[in-house]
Design a protein around this ligand. Structure first.
Ligand code: PAF
Length: 301
């Protein structure tokens, strides 16, 4: 099977490295000037440099993208424009794997590519790019995935994801999976960015009231949407992921530090929007949105 990985972020680079390690055929599509190598530092400190077949998406022109699996490990706000950009090129048999934090409008994606199999996935693997060429793996996570249309399931494609980002749990209740991951990001991402800490620091008891308060609001919104979960369950899960990725700076922490666009609107902002629609107050999540936005201004000024 042939793989395409779109994007040059930490998870995109991690997929390149893991595909290389598994001897899988892959190509990496990027927005601007291609690089030719990535220096990977494994969890045990071992360093490996790999050659990457990179090409800019624009240079593909009208050629067909025929890869069996096309990964989109992108920011939430980049997914829809990228799917639109590749929609004329992608072969109908290619499966798209959306790999992002936060929530996006999945109906809009299926409307653009109604005939392609699409997988929505989330992963808690930790990776960090100290600079353009370097990738540090900072935590072995877990992946959860589901097919948007279960009649399009393909076990060969599932095997690729099971091999690249193990352990991968498959579920038919994709909304439940996405909300549970959202709830984790709603805790770890803004708190680590605001307090300028690594994920692991959240396990310190001083942060537990904040974790519980965020999870309480998120659980109320989830319950209202018919998803069965308790605030305690969400807190335990979020702290568990913080512990598993203890050495990692969350993606939002990195985005703020490097002046990149972050995903607060698709994470805590999404919880507030859903709360508004359902008549559930979400002042804690709103405060986090405001604080992250003011941090962004602080680092930009
Ligand atoms: O956004 C991130 O950084 C990751 O999704 C997670 C799970 C919080 C680990 O750092």
């Amino acid at each position: 099977m042939n793989i395409a990985i779109i994007g040059n972020g930490a998870i995109g680079n991690l997929l390149c490295w893991f595909s290389f390690r598994q001897h899988m055929q892959f190509i990496n599509f990027v927005r601007s000037a291609p690089d030719v190598y990535i220096e990977c530092t494994e969890l045990d400190g071992q360093k490996v440099t790999i050659d990457v077949n990179q090409q800019t998406l624009n240079s593909v022109g009208n050629q067909e993208l025929t890869q069996d699996v096309i990964f989109l490990p992108l920011k939430a706000h980049q997914i829809e424009p990228t799917v639109r950009q590749i929609s004329q090129m992608v072969s109908q048999s290619s499966t798209l794997v959306l790999l992002h934090n936060g929530m996006i409008d999945l109906n809009a994606i299926t409307a653009i590519l109604p005939n392609n199999p699409i997988i929505a996935a989330t992963t808690s693997y930790g990776a960090f790019k100290p600079n353009k060429h370097q990738l540090s793996i900072t935590g072995l996570g877990a992946t959860q995935a589901g097919w948007l249309d279960s009649s399009m399931k393909d076990s060969a494609v599932e095997n690729i994801i099971n091999t690249l980002l193990p352990p991968c749990e498959w579920s038919d209740t994709i909304l439940d999976i996405l909300w549970r991951k959202l709830a984790i990001n709603a805790v770890i991402n803004p708190l680590t960015a605001i307090h300028n800490i690594k994920n692991g620091a959240l396990c310190n008891s001083q942060y537990h009231p904040a974790v519980a308060a965020i999870c309480s609001e998120t659980a109320k919104v989830m319950n209202s949407l018919g998803l069965e979960v308790t605030a305690d369950e969400l807190s335990t899960k979020a702290l568990n992921v913080a512990n598993l990725t203890a050495a990692n700076y969350s993606s939002m922490h990195q985005d703020i530090m490097y002046g990149r666009q972050h995903e607060i609107d698709n994470i805590n902002g999404y919880i507030c929007d859903q709360g508004d629609m359902l008549g559930i107050a979400t002042p804690i999540n709103q405060e986090l949105v405001n604080k992250v936005k003011s941090l962004e201004e602080y680092f930009r000024d």
